[in-house]
Design a protein. Structure first.
Length: 391
């Protein structure tokens, strides 16, 4: 394969021509692409294309748009990520990225164009939202680089929005008591009580079966989760190996679950069926899984009624972690209980709590180390360096 570059006088760009083979009628087959910039830019692009073709990577159509590429990328990654993640990506791609950037040809997408797109979006949306767009767009551009469609990722040259970390909402022990008191008469009380006592995610709690609960060993195994997608509740395995874990429970929680299980067995007996190990721990009386959306909205209503505004169900997980940290639990233990990928992530997430524990740590250190001796300092002050003779 060979190619050349020639100046295009009408737009000031450079046209790349590559001979890619012979058509069925015997005429030469060519690939054309226009590069706007200097001749050096065009030469660099020509080398990239020829190198990709030598490796067997086909060049894209010269008219491949960003919209077409984004949809092709989504099709390509469906086998490697979860359907829930795909749904999130697709929503951003179809509702935001394609309307804003989809009409550009992929080879013509410039960093300044992306930067202007982000700037306009920031006038209406939060930095965290635009940062999510940037991460998805950057992943798709990395794919284009791997396929040889682009020589470099234009997102690498863009200043991505910096998300401001929101203050975490956690409950104090007294607030937790008020919340549980307000939820006592609600049918979702058992799952709320367990959430604040073990720190499991909502999806993990709703996917919990009785076979996953060992009341004698005081432990719970996370082996499946429940998600609601397009109105249908589905079960799946935990997303990561860290999420698939064993969580210890307190004796109080174990006692509560024993009593709760006895109630469940009574309900099943009246329905003419036994309570099996495959039955969900938290379910409607007919055995069907609890609706995540209903649980979320009901919890918010309970929290508001208890005078705890802006408290989410997920904040029970944060409350569990913060109470454990404040009681002296080691970050490694908490990280494993929460199913985090690393202790570093746990430390970063709860850094504000850990930093507030410095005073307690210093008090412990003060009780271990001896007091300083002032007399030794006075002797040093009277030391005469001229009289010192080395041994």
């Amino acid at each position: 394969m060979k190619g050349n570059i020639r100046k295009r006088s009408e737009n000031g760009g450079w046209q790349i021509t590559i001979w890619t083979g012979t058509r069925p009628d015997g005429k030469p087959q060519r690939y054309w692409e226009t590069v706007r910039g200097s001749k050096a830019d065009a030469q660099r692009r020509l080398r990239e294309l020829l190198s990709s073709m030598d490796k067997g990577i086909p060049v894209p159509s010269g008219r491949l748009t960003v919209a077409e590429h984004l949809r092709n990328w989504l099709e390509g990654v469906k086998t490697s990520i979860s359907q829930r993640t795909i749904d999130g990506y697709q929503s951003v791609v179809e509702n935001h990225l394609i309307p804003g950037l989809g009409h550009f040809q992929l080879k013509d997408l410039q960093p300044r164009t992306i930067q202007a797109f982000y700037g306009e979006a920031r006038g209406k949306l939060s930095a965290r939202t635009v940062l999510t767009w940037h991460r998805i767009l950057s992943q798709s551009m990395k794919y284009a680089v791997r396929q040889g469609y682009l020589g470099r990722n234009p997102c690498d040259l863009v200043d991505a929005p910096r998300a401001v970390k929101k203050a975490m909402r956690t409950l104090t022990p007294s607030e937790a008591e008020v919340l549980l008191k307000a939820a006592e008469s609600n049918r979702f009380y058992p799952v709320i009580y367990m959430a604040i006592n073990c720190g499991m995610r909502q999806a993990e709690l709703l996917g919990l079966r009785w076979r996953d609960v060992d009341l004698d060993m005081l432990s719970v195994s996370v082996s499946q989760v429940l998600f609601k997608r397009r109105g249908v509740c589905t079960f799946k395995e935990p997303k990561t190996t860290g999420s698939r874990r064993r969580v210890a429970m307190t004796p109080k929680l174990a006692q509560f679950l024993r009593e709760y299980r006895a109630e469940q067995e009574s309900v099943c007996w009246h329905q003419g069926r036994p309570l099996s190990l495959d039955d969900l721990v938290f379910a409607y009386p007919n055995g069907k899984p609890l609706d995540p959306c209903t649980l979320t909205h009901t919890f918010s209503r309970i929290a508001r009624g208890a005078g705890l505004d802006r408290v989410r169900f997920h904040d029970l997980r944060h409350t569990f972690a913060s109470l454990m940290l404040m009681r002296g639990a080691k970050p490694k233990v908490i990280s494993e209980a929460l199913g985090h990928a690393s202790v570093a992530f746990t430390m970063d997430t709860y850094s504000h709590i850990i930093s507030g524990m410095q005073e307690d740590a210093m008090a412990l250190l003060d009780g271990i180390l001896p007091r300083g001796v002032v007399g030794a300092a006075r002797e040093r002050q009277t030391f005469n360096p001229a009289s010192w003779v080395p041994a």
